[in-house]
Design a binder for this molecule. Structure first.
Ligand SMILES: NC(=O)c1ccc[n+]([C@@H]2O[C@H](COP(=O)([O-])OP(=O)(O)OC[C@H]3O[C@@H](n4cnc5c(N)ncnc54)[C@H](OP(=O)(O)O)[C@@H]3O)[C@@H](O)[C@H]2O)c1
Length: 239
């Protein structure tokens, strides 16, 4: 059975969790990875009860040892690796502690380097190649007032992903980046920021299913027609 790893899994009604569910439906065994055991267990249990095969793995994406252990657990059948980890970190530059800025970079970019490096090492070692996908945001493409830390770290992740796409395509590694251009209709916005969600309305938030469709599309592409980047936004988004 082919194996997938998804890093950055939180609540069931979130992108990371729904990526896991869909990939399990596609027939892969999924390593559900993130920071909080209870959230990971909930996702892995749901998959095992209803759709397929999964296991929960606690692995802080910024921890090199934990990342290596995560990939060791995936074994030789690794076919798909998704780095979904990323936290928005708003704030004005002049008010920002150095640690706050560095932490944004560690979660959004450095963790992507650790994850991507291990994925590519494993894909090359098995000589079968594989697919490595990253979750981007509006921040990946442009700077915006009050979001300098997040914009710079997501922008750096995108350039890292593009460099890896060019460096390892010949080894059969398909690297892709999905720009999620706007708020996601998931737990983070709906339950975390209910007033904002109401203001946006259902049509103003990006459908998780639609985003997941994009990841699966990239995963299923043949090497004769690979896409590096795909962007997803609502019809209402001004961009
Ligand atoms: N939410 C949006 O509106 C939005 C919009 C555009 C792009 N995005 C991007 O979409 C992706 C998913 O974000 P999401 O906010 O919607 O959340 P999500 O996919 O529901 O969950 C992401 C999970 O990542 C976990 N995480 C955070 N730091 C981690 C670390 N160092 N190591 C391992 N796991 C970690 C968090 O777990 P805990 O809960 O356990 O801390 C969080 O729940 C991110 O890359 C984000 O930048 C989100």
């Amino acid at each position: 059975m082919k194996t997938a790893i998804v890093s950055g899994v939180g609540p069931i009604d979130g992108l990371g969790a729904q990526l896991c569910v869909r990939i399990a439906k596609e027939g892969l065994h999924v390593l559900v990875a993130g920071r909080t055991q209870s959230k990971l267990d909930a996702v892995a249990d749901l998959i095992k009860d209803q759709v397929g095969s999964a296991e929960a793995v606690v692995a802080d994406a910024t921890d090199e040892v934990a990342t290596k252990e995560l990939f060791a657990r995936a074994g030789d059948n690794l076919d798909l690796a998704i780095y979904n980890t990323g936290n928005n970190t708003p704030g004005r530059i002049i008010d920002m502690d150095a640690d706050f800025f560095a932490n944004s970079w560690r979660v959004c970019c450095f963790g992507g380097f650790l994850f991507g490096r291990e994925a590519v090492r494993q894909f090359i070692a098995t000589q079968r190649g594989g697919t490595l996908l990253f979750t981007g945001a509006s921040a990946s493409l442009r700077g915006r007032a009050n979001f300098g830390a997040f914009n710079s770290s997501k922008g750096a992740l995108r350039n890292l992903a593009q460099a890896m796409a060019k460096e390892y395509a010949q080894d059969g590694v398909h690297v892709g980046h999905v720009v999620v251009d706007g708020p996601i209709a998931g737990e983070k916005i709906k339950r975390g920021l209910p007033e904002y969600a109401e203001q946006l309305g259902e049509d103003g938030m990006i459908s998780i299913d639609g985003i997941v469709d994009g990841f699966v599309y990239l995963y299923r592409q043949p090497p004769q027609a690979w896409t590096f980047e795909l962007d997803v936004r609502t019809a209402k988004e001004k961009w």
